[in-house]
Design a binder for this molecule. Structure first.
Ligand code: PLP
Length: 396
């Protein structure tokens, strides 16, 4: 028998190893190794449990035998419900037969959308700071990620001129996350329209990631598709994770023109076949059933947002443009540090507060820390007490 000794790791592909690791996840992993009382403000998911009526519907579906593969695009009543929701938000109803595909979370919907409209080497334009998975998905699909920074001193408003300049003949898609993780900004309709027009001029798609549209506090949550001169150039991504506290169910969807949706459906067949059957029944209950639990969660987020803004206003060295939506506040800590990753580690190890460093969200994010208010008021209070002590020590 041949004796083997393993010294090097088994090889993996260059493309797979080029996928960047998330800085948010890094903080999460570091925090899990720390043995002290931590205030966890790095998390990107509601602290609430899924509403009971949603769980009951999934349970009933499973007992009824709905435990098999479903059609690739998803169960018909859910596609109808998604089409109704889009009609309410954008004025146009996608055809449930071929303009809606139910996916394993908004994440898969984004990936399939990107695969469906891009070829290797194409460019994908993204205003930053942005959710880091967009860059990772560009690496996976072989696209060139083109970040277009927004200005911290303008509250991270969409820079329409810079976006229009970045969009060209090589652009396959522009990804706009509205409201935006991490800044909470609801990009202004006029700037969005300018981007839509530039994209249409170059035959590029706009992928609107609207996963936080159910958590808008200031402004309208009308969909980007409603603003487009040519709605067939807009792909909309949404899901149940944030509004209905359903992150673990992995239920999202993509709506758009039939050619793109059916192509995404073929990719879906080749990768995961369909979204979870019981998860789809849960999503159906979330969209069409009692909205009171979702409204109560929204009210709690709105109250916490107000609390965060009051606490930030009381700390001179920290600022924050009020988030129009999401459950994030992007704290301006430029007076305290220029290295947000080092600051986040110091806050974790020395003060027991876990945040996500702004540098992890790409150009424009350095000098900021993202905190999530998807955590109870008592923990937020404790986190801000610790932050305040840190700032006082740093000044003193
Ligand atoms: N898009 C953005 C901007 C997000 O922040 C997230 C999750 O954090 C997602 C999409 C993914 O949502 P889902 O859980 O539906 O995959």
């Amino acid at each position: 028998m041949v004796e083997t000794t393993r010294t090097d790791p088994a090889p993996v592909s260059a493309r797979a190893s080029a996928v960047p690791a998330s800085k948010i996840r890094e903080m999460f992993d570091l925090a899990n190794e720390v043995d002290r009382d931590l205030v966890r403000l790095e998390v990107g998911e509601p602290d609430f449990d899924t509403p009971a009526h949603v769980i009951e519907r999934a349970h009933a579906a499973a007992l009824d035998g709905e435990t098999h593969y479903t059609s690739t695009l998803g169960i018909a009543p859910l596609r109808e419900a998604i089409a109704d929701k889009m009609e309410n938000r954008s004025g146009r109803r996608p055809d449930p037969a071929d303009e809606v595909v139910v996916c394993n979370g908004a994440m898969e919907a984004l990936l399939l959308g990107l695969y469906a409209v891009s070829d290797v080497g194409d460019e994908v334009v993204v205003p930053t700071p942005a959710w880091p998975n967009y860059e990772a998905q560009c690496v996976v699909t072989g696209c060139a990620y083109v970040p277009v920074p927004t200005d911290p001193d303008a509250g991270f408003a969409l820079d329409a001129d810079a976006m229009v300049e970045a969009i060209g003949p090589d652009t396959a898609a522009v990804i706009m996350n509205r409201p935006c993780n991490p800044t909470g900004r609801l990009f202004e309709a006029s700037a969005v329209r300018a981007v839509l027009e530039a994209a249409a001029d170059h035959g590029a798609y706009v992928i609107a990631d609207e996963i936080y549209e159910g958590l808008v506090y200031d402004g309208s949550n009308a969909g980007v598709a409603a603003m487009a001169p040519d709605p067939d150039r807009v792909l909309t991504v949404n899901g149940c994770s944030k509004q209905y506290a359903m992150t673990g169910w992995r239920l999202g969807w993509l709506t758009g023109p039939a050619s793109v949706v059916t192509t995404a459906g073929t990719l879906h067949q080749a990768t995961t076949s369909c979204a979870s059957s019981v998860g789809q029944f849960a999503a159906l209950a979330a969209l069409t059933g009692d909205q009171a639990p979702a409204e109560a969660m929204y009210a709690a987020f709105a109250e916490r947002r107000q609390y965060v803004l009051e606490r930030v206003a009381a700390i001179d060295a920290i600022g924050c443009a009020p988030p129009d939506g999401t459950f994030y506040a992007f704290l301006d800590v430029r007076e305290l540090a220029d290295d947000s990753a080092a600051l986040a580690r110091e806050l974790l190890f020395d003060h027991g507060v876990v945040t996500a460093p702004g540098v992890g969200f790409g150009p424009g994010g350095e000098g900021f820390l993202r905190i999530s208010f998807a955590t109870g008021l008592d923990r937020l209070a404790e986190g801000f007490d610790r932050l305040e002590r840190f700032v006082a020590e740093a000044a003193g």
